[in-house]
Design a binder for this molecule. Sequence first.
Ligand code: PMH
Length: 387
Amino acid sequence: MRGSDPFYRDTWVEVQLDAIEENIKNVRKRLPKQTAIIAVVKANAYGHGAYEVAKTALASGASGLAVAFLDEALALRNDGIRAPILVLGAARPQDAPIAAENAVSLTVFQTDWLTEARQHLGGQKLSVHIKCDTGMGRIGVRSTEELKAVEKLIESETCFSFDGIFTHFATADEIDTALYEKQYSRFREMVESLGTRPPFVHCANSAAALRFDQTPFNAVRLGIVMYGLAPSPEMKAILPFPLKEAFSLHTKVTHVKQIHTGDTVSYGATYTADQDEWIATLPIGYADGWIRKLQGQEVIVGGEKAPIVGRICMDQCMVKLPHAVPVGTEAVLIGRQGEYLVSVDEIAEKLETINYEVTCSISARVPRIFMQKGQKVTKVLNFLLAK
Ligand code: PMH
């Protein structure tokens, strides 16, 4: 029989939904009234839990959601989310009817795609947003000619509903705004070349939404700041309000032992004690996304810092303690404990990557626990157990 938690593992991610609410409300205050917030909850809400983040975002000022793939949109629909959902990435034309049936909007940018989707749609109506590639070089129409051809096809077919047009910035989080400005004016030109302006015109990600005037458009796509993380280290200094980090990673010590001079720890015996030392074992490893490159990183155990020693294993890793602690002592790998904080950004720096990648990489094997007003609200486990 299961206990009160739907999992049997002392390693978990805690997501502070209050922090997400506060971050969104702070952005909301700074946006023009008519600007809609589309909460970007792709990749399981950057590892935070798509359903719970979507619910919180919608209750805090967002009016729509965006994901990368149709499957992510359908999962939210299956969980009962009824708000508008836009799939930002490319979908397959044969899947257009599934999107239409579930009132999911798709991103389009090729006339061939539309021609093929039309054949699959029959009488169903698919909501589409046109993607413009103004300099990101990923997906989208690149010229007004291409845009006009796509628009013409959409407008000539009753199976398509032209609901939006958007672009995505490559450098909105950088101090140098040259490419941003180029993309911005290309996008405006493209929007102005349209025969019909669709209901939603959107371009800003978090960085652009916080830095630049959004009045010419009527929606922003908010990802990283909603989670309380800065879009880039450069932007930390120019954030208009303090962000609240929502994500923390916890575990509990499973074993404590004293080792002696010459004893080694973990695979490859790469760590050798040069005195008597206390070593704790933590039940988290690279299969949880706590990857081997984190060797040497400090975690917080019983309120004190403890470096990871020896190689990180698939499911466990070892830390060097200043003194013995009882088995079951909580360790914080990301987040705050006592006087210390290990931020997502600190882990990103250690891994020579960006904060987005850190939260996304903590694998589905790690249960997510959701906190609201200091209470656990729901506990949803990943793929291992049904809700
Ligand atoms: N819109 C699109 C099309 C995106 O791809 C993303 C994030 C966002 C909005 C939200 O951006 P933000 O989190 O900076 O607010 N996409 C990605 C990506 O593909 N890689 O890193 C972030």
